[in-house]
Design a protein around this ligand. Structure first.
Ligand code: UD1
Length: 419
């Protein structure tokens, strides 16, 4: 299995370009199923998860061309599509569940393998399913598959989500766009990736209002048409590069970073003592000296993103002071903390709190990526740890970070991918 060999590096300096967002493109690909014909998606990141979603769309009968040079996907969706998402693909990528809404909307049935355990927690589907049941779906669980049927089609309803779940919001919206009548969904997630999805759906002919707020009003239409859409840039990748500048006391220009999607992250980056300059084309993050410890508490957007929590634990591990990091979304996200402890970090977990006492230095060791963000954070920690750090299970990192090693090398990092 390939690994990343990371050695202690000096300050990272230079420019990186932030690609399209993983958590958006996968949902836009699923949304393409809602209209027969050819959808074109641009600013597509070159990551493993896009290939897995492309395979799933192909299984459903689509033709997918992924032009990696031009960061473009062309998806040809036939009149009649399949309705089964097989276990071998769903188990590789939980985001496969995003085809559920489009399949019940188009086929009035969907058989989706249950995703099962996940590296960052149990991640229920109850909110997805109760929303779809409100729209007229019947749900059963047979032989490891969720069988979702809408024998009488989908009908609009008033829906209030128990929690602003990103995935549940997406599935309910993608089902409601083809339901009869006007669906009002309260307590929806407001992440920029949801805004991106709703904007693409409206270009396809959907009628969604309240985009970006916690209540969406969706008037169903009988048919949608394919469209062209550019993926919003990846705020988590941008935030990870900002964290890289802080931890290595570097100076990185993060091209395409959108500050309006990163407000809390930027304020926490500044709280470490770094200087953040908003320039026309992105963010310049400059750090001199050891970072100050910063407390973090994750919450649904616009709260502090759980996907930036591990990067800040890594920063706090070498910061001046003690920080409390509170994880409110995914219980198993702290699994990575044990790996960080292998590098000598002083970290103590109590329930969903992690106390991090900053140390002057870490020491390189073999570690294992437990999920995509944990993996990136272990690489960041490895860059400042004395000696060599070998990061295993790097497929997690490559699911979400395009050309990670090449970008780090360009910035001056000592890192190699070893096969
Ligand atoms: C998405 C992102 C992930 C990000 C997360 C929160 C993708 C591919 N992944 O994940 O990177 O960390 O949003 O910003 O876009 N829950 C239930 N029942 C449900 C649905 C969710 O209990 O039916 C719980 C989950 O277990 C979790 C919390 O709600 O504890 C948040 O989950 P959700 O917002 O749905 O995240 P994902 O869509 O899985």
């Amino acid at each position: 299995m390939p690994v990343y060999q990371v050695s202690q590096s000096g300050p990272l300096r230079g420019e990186v370009i932030v690609p399209g967002a993983k958590n958006s493109v996968l949902k836009l690909m699923a949304a393409s199923l809602l209209a027969s014909g050819q959808t074109e998606i641009t600013n597509v990141p070159n990551i493993l998860d896009v290939d897995i979603m492309a395979q799933l769309l192909e299984r459903l009968g689509c033709e997918v061309i992924h032009d990696k040079t031009n960061q473009k996907l062309i998806i040809a969706v036939p009149e009649k599509i399949g309705h089964k998402a097989d276990y071998d693909l769903v188990r590789q990528m939980r985001a496969s569940i995003a085809v559920l809404g489009p399949l019940v909307a188009r086929c009035h049935e969907a058989d989706i393998a249950l995703p099962g355990g996940d590296a960052i927690g149990s991640r229920g589907l109850d909110i997805h399913l109760s929303g779809l049941e409100k729209l007229g779906c019947e749900v059963t669980n047979e032989h490891g598959y969720l069988i979702v049927k809408a024998p009488n089609g989908l009908k609009a309803e008033q829906i209030s989500l128990d929690f602003p779940s990103v995935g549940a919001t997406e599935n309910v919206v993608m089902a409601a766009v083809l339901a009869k009548g006007t669906t009002v969904v309260d307590n929806v997630a407001r992440e920029p990736e949801i805004v991106d999805l709703c904007e693409m759906l409206n270009k396809m002919g959907a009628q969604i209002s309240g985009i970006g707020t916690s209540t969406l009003e969706i008037t169903g239409v009988s048919e949608l048409s394919p469209t062209n859409h550019e993926v919003v840039t990846d705020r988590i990748v941008a935030g990870t590069w900002a964290a890289a500048a802080v931890i290595t006391q570097g100076d990185i220009f993060i091209k395409n970073a959108k500050t309006q999607h990163l407000e809390l992250v930027v304020s926490k980056i500044e709280a470490t003592g770094a200087q953040v300059k908003q320039l026309a084309e992105g963010l310049q993050v400059t750090m001199t000296g050891r970072p100050q410890a910063v407390d973090i508490m994750t919450l649904p957007y616009p709260g502090f993103p759980t996907d930036m929590q591990p990067q800040f634990i890594a920063i706090n591990a070498i910061a001046d002071g003690t920080a409390m990091v509170t994880e409110n979304l995914f219980e198993a996200r702290f699994r990575f903390v044990n790996e960080l402890a292998r590098l000598g970090a002083d970290v103590k977990i109590n329930g969903h709190h992690c106390l991090v006492r900053g140390k002057e230095s870490l020491s390189g060791a073999p570690v294992e990526a437990t999920d995509v963000r944990a993996g990136a954070s272990l690489v960041l920690a490895g860059l400042v740890a004395e000696g060599e750090t070998t990061v295993h299970e790097i497929h997690h990192i490559e699911r979400g970070y395009a050309n990670f090693v090449e970008n780090l090398q360009k910035l001056g990092a000592n890192i190699e991918r070893i096969i």
